[in-house]
Design a protein around this ligand. Structure first.
Ligand code: SDX
Length: 457
């Protein structure tokens, strides 16, 4: 039975097939099984039985059990709580790697050697500035604009500054676009933060590392050089690594689908940012903090849990996952990170509420029977909040990290010979053919001056 998450390409090559009998005709069909899957297009060999005489299609709303691609980037075993980037366990990468090293690994498939790494860091460092018109563009937003809306708009706008990026099959153009996106997204994110706070924008400091520079653009005030708290720098580095990629999640699927039209990468990444904004996806870390704020005190947790179980649509945000049917391995790492960070900033009521929510939910039949465990978003918001990031900025931090995964997945899609423009089928449930009869009142006829030309009034 295919595991939840990634269906692993099997090393075995024995011939195996799915034998089916169409009970309507008694006809037998055989579909080859490859890598734990059958090709949906094989189903077309079986008549659908509709008057159009087409073949069967597979019906899978929200793609619960449909592989849309073959990918070698990220492996997830949802039952065992395994997550690996290019074969490396997330626990080892989080503990010993840095984010740009992981961004290179996701794209190239191997860890960078020192020369590759130094060159990559140089390229990223020297592309952190954005065109001054992007700064002016961001200044046009209201003071209370959501930073995800600002980030999404600005990344899409970058397409107008780099028209050559539309040459997506030119490796050099693809490379510089990927460098620009990894380098400029933290700058745009920080500028969005400063705009909402009413603070002057802080420009990139090329002496600093990727994470330190981001924190400098977010937090530097009048001091000539920003000195980041090393615990926060390491915490953010680890959180960026944990959020870098996650195989075919909603936002990555959006990037692949939009990218399959061969649009430029800035537009494709904007689609990913838009999908991530949703509260069921990347917006969950923001929703967790709002939920904890509404609960207000650990003593209110039991009543809240009963409300969730009451099925009135209230969800325990930060819990559950389409793939992980056991503990999200990233949540384990983030929870330990929260302990480290809270040793610095001190325990607070919200963390006590989160710990009480988790304690009760992990032993409650409603959650256990639905295999609902804390996911990566359950604790991240608490850490971001302890670093004084505003709640609406949490998903922007997720987007900075996930940009590396989206770019790797986008390029893999482009170079995959099996891929075409994404265009799913449907099951039509609308009306049969019918003739048009307007239901509008007839137009009032009166003296009309014939216009010489529709374009010239
Ligand atoms: C991310 O896909 C990825 O990889 C995403 C991500 C990534 O790195 O890209 O991991 C990041 O998006 C993590 C998920 C963050 N979202 C949340 O924390 C929001 C709360 N969680 C859910 O809404 C939900 O669990 C999903 C969206 C994450 C998964 O939804 P599914 O797989 O479609 O499951 P479902 O909605 O079909 O739920 C199955 C059952 C339902 O109950 P019944 O109808 O069977 O009675 O579980 C219930 C749901 O009502 N349920 C929950 C719940 N999640 C599911 N009930 C209460 N609280 C929840 N959080």
């Amino acid at each position: 039975m295919a595991k939840s998450g990634t269906t692993e390409a099997s090393a075995k090559t024995e011939a195996s097939a799915l034998e089916v009998t169409d009970t309507r005709s008694g006809e037998k069909h055989s579909f080859p099984i490859t890598d734990g899957s059958i090709r949906a297009t094989d189903l077309k060999k079986i008549p659908s039985g509709d008057e159009d005489g087409g073949g069967l299609v597979s019906y899978d709303p929200a793609f619960l059990n449909t592989a849309a691609c073959r990918s070698s980037i990220t492996y997830i075993d949802g039952d065992k709580g395994i997550l690996r980037y290019r074969g490396y366990p997330i626990e080892q990468l989080a503990e010993r790697a840095n984010f740009l090293e992981v961004a290179w690994l996701l794209r190239h498939g191997e860890l960078p050697d020192q020369k590759e790494y130094d060159s990559f860091v140089h390229d990223i460092t020297y592309h952190t500035y954005v065109h001054e018109n992007i700064r002016k563009f961001l200044e046009g937003f209201r003071y209370d604009a959501h930073p995800m809306a600002m980030l999404n708009s600005a990344v899409a706008a970058l397409a107008s500054f780099y028209p050559d990026s539309r040459n997506i099959f030119d490796p050099d153009q693809r490379n510089i676009s990927m460098i620009r996106l990894l380098a400029k997204v933290p700058t745009i994110a920080a500028f969005s933060y400063r705009h909402v706070k009413g603070l002057p924008f802080v420009y990139p400091d090329n002496d600093l590392s990727y994470v330190e520079n981001f924190l400098s653009m977010v937090a530097r005030m009048s001091e000539p050089k920003y000195e980041a708290n090393p615990v926060f720098v390491r915490a953010l580095e680890i959180l960026f690594i944990l959020h870098a990629d996650h195989e075919q999640n909603c936002s990555t699927s959006a990037v692949r689908a939009v990218g399959s039209s061969h649009v430029d990468p800035f537009s494709a990444m904007s689609a990913g940012i838009a999908a991530l904004f949703g509260p069921l996806h990347g917006g969950a870390n923001e929703a967790v903090l709002r939920m904890i704020g509404e609960i207000g005190h650990p003593k209110n947790v039991p009543a809240f849990i009963e409300e969730v179980k009451g099925g009135k649509g209230q969800r325990l945000m930060g819990f559950g996952h389409r793939v992980y049917k056991s503990y999200d391995p990233r949540a384990t790492i983030v929870k330990k990170l929260a302990d480290d960070v809270f040793k610095i900033v001190g325990m607070d009521k919200d963390l006590e509420i989160a710990l009480e929510l988790e304690r009760i939910a992990l032993s409650d039949e409603y959650f256990v029977s639905r295999k609902l465990y804390p996911n990566v978003d359950f604790y991240t918001g608490l850490i971001y909040r302890s670093m004084a990031f505003p709640t609406e900025f949490f998903t922007v931090l997720f987007a900075i990290a996930r940009m590396s995964g989206w770019l790797a997945q986008w390029e893999e899609m482009l170079l995959d010979k099996e891929q075409k423009i994404a265009r799913p089928r449907q099951i039509y449930t609308g009306p049969v053919e019918r003739d048009y009869t307007s239901r509008l009142a007839p137009p009032k006829v009166g003296p009309r001056v014939a216009k010489k030309d529709a374009l010239r009034q």
